[in-house]
Design a protein around this ligand. Structure first.
Ligand code: HEM
Ligand code: 2DC
Length: 469
């Protein structure tokens, strides 16, 4: 028996009252915990309306499968109005992140070949490996300078720089030089702008920018400043490559990076290229760096697991004799660790799609065009989905435990994270180098949780100690 849409449990009748309650619970920071609680109250499907944001929420992998099978040829996520409003306000084009429909698809197909195709890995890996080496050298120097044969610090700033250096190396085929002691204040401003951009986005998920802009609300003004900082720096990098390309006008053998490849390919307009490359550059900083920070945090808490990973890396190094692409095929446990980090500490609290056809989930009818969210954070911590979910266990991803629609940290299908291959290679290479050089230790009894600032972030600084092996 199929029940009608209107019978889905949940609080969806008064968006404004719900927004008020949400705000009282400090919901802007606790979205992931509120979702978890809602699943506990209402079961595996609930309907919700907060402010003007209305959705149906699901948690089971089997239901996720139904949702993604109904995403159609132009999969569409929740529209983040703060981001589109900024572009409309400044008259800038949308990149793949924000485009929809056939235009999204045609841009995405061209970008896929340059960014996410497995063929590109061979080009990216040497660039990323160099950044990994430089990071290790930098940590050794910090350890030496400390005079204590160890370095105790909050690594987040260092990881932001590592991530930006890595994604820039791939996009521009050039180094920014962020592993050096002096760092350009403009680049620091870019990094700070990304964090501010995410932070100011979350309130505007529930209160439309169209209301905030005319009253010159602080979040809107800060948000505009943040994107201005992002676009200014990206424009500088892009101009730089564009100029070089016109001067050289010949082809060097070296891989020139994603941007130059796209310009030479000449299939997308320059404005479209700029828009997407800016998104890639901005999307490539906080995401991977925070995931690496969480991974180091988990490895510090699990010393014997850390040794197991180190043994895997050492043996992979021997077997591949310096060929990094080969080496990346021999580290299943390191890959499991990254998946496990993202299960417990996902970047995205949810995945969403507007359904392209009517579907039935948990016996409820859901009409075409409904915004359905899979609670990724809640799913990762659900004992019905993952055996002993509270345990950090990379080996669960090697075993026969079912993986069916459980590994979704980068999303799913043609609209999944376009930075996925870059992110994975960058994170694997980072962990390889760190495990080969340092032992990571943490502070005892400090329990770090997530806070929602559009992406999920650690709610307090993570202090780690790095010791040379
Ligand atoms: C989209 C996660 C790193 C750029 C997404 C989505 C998720 C995600 C969940 C939405 C996918 C969907 O709706 O199915 C992550 C995680 C990362 C990461 C967990 C690292 C740990 C990156 C990096 C870049 C990037 C390094 C850039 C180089 C993007 C872009 C989109 C996206 C541009 C939108 C793609 C589209 O709409 O076609 N990411 N991401 N991400 N990500 Fe990532
Ligand atoms: C945030 O309720 C919670 O990868 C909302 O690299 C629903 C929602 C919609 C879109 C999601 C966002 C959440 C989290 C951050 C994501 C974003 C799509 C892409 C973005 C997942 C789950 C991210 C971090 C991109 C960012 C690119 C950058 C240029 C802004």
């Amino acid at each position: 028996i199929i029940k009608p849409y209107s019978e889905i449990p949940g609080l969806w009748k008064n968006g404004i009252a719900n927004l008020y309650n949400f705000w009282k619970l400090d919901g802007f920071k606790n979205l992931h915990r509120i979702m978890l609680q809602n699943f506990n109250t209402f079961g595996p499907i609930y309907r919700e309306k907060v402010g003007y944001y209305e959705s149906v929420n699901i948690i089971n992998p089997e239901d996720a499968a139904i949702l993604f099978k109904a995403e159609g040829s132009y999969p569409k996520r929740l529209k983040v109005e703060a981001w589109t409003s900024y572009r409309d306000y400044r008259n800038r084009k949308y990149g793949v992140l924000l485009k929809n429909g056939p235009e999204w698809r045609s841009n995405r197909v061209i970008l896929n070949k340059e960014v996410i195709s497995p063929k590109m890995l061979g080009k990216f890996v040497p660039l990323l490996d160099e950044v990994g080496h430089d990071f290790v050298a930098r940590v050794h120097k910090k350890i030496e300078r400390s005079g204590q044969n160890k370095w105790t610090t909050d690594l987040s700033q260092e990881l932001f720089k590592y991530a930006l250096e890595s994604v820039s190396a791939v996009l521009y085929g050039e180094r920014l030089g962020l592993m050096l002691d002096y760092i350009d204040p403009e680049v620091q401003h870019f990094i700070d702008s990304i964090t501010l951009m995410f932070k100011t986005t979350s309130p505007m998920l529930y209160i439309p920018p169209a209301l905030l802009r005319p009253i010159r609300a602080k979040v809107w003004l800060d948000h505009v400043d943040a994107w201005d900082g992002i676009f200014n720096q990206a424009d500088r990098c892009i101009q730089n490559i564009y100029r070089q390309l016109r001067q050289e006008n010949g082809h060097t053998k070296k891989y020139p990076g994603v941007l130059a490849s796209l310009l030479m390919l000449d299939k997308l307009s320059i404005e479209d290229i700029k828009a997407s490359v800016t998104e890639l550059m901005a999307g490539g900083v906080d995401t991977t760096s925070i995931t690496l920070l969480w991974t180091l945090y988990e490895l510090a808490r699990h010393p014997s697991l850390q040794e197991e990973l180190r043994a895997e890396v050492v043996s992979a190094r021997q077997q591949s004799q310096g060929d990094m692409v080969e080496m990346l095929k021999k580290i299943p446990l390191v890959k499991g660790a990254i998946k496990e980090t993202l299960r417990l500490h996902p970047v995205a609290v949810s995945l969403q799609r507007y359904t392209a056809e009517d579907i039935i989930i948990q016996k409820y009818h859901i009409p075409e065009g409904t915004l359905v969210q899979l609670g990724l954070y809640a799913m990762g911590r659900n004992p019905k989905v993952f055996y002993r979910p509270e345990q950090y266990q990379p080996s669960r991803w090697l075993r026969t435990e079912s993986h069916y629609f459980r590994s979704l940290s980068f999303g799913f299908g043609p609209r999944q994270c376009i930075g996925r291959r870059i992110a994975e290679a960058e994170m694997q290479i980072f962990l390889i180098h760190m495990l080969e050089n340092f032992r990571v230790e943490g502070q005892r009894h400090v329990n770090v949780q997530s806070t929602f600032e559009l992406i999920l972030l650690p709610d307090k600084p993570i202090i780690l100690t790095l010791k040379p092996l």
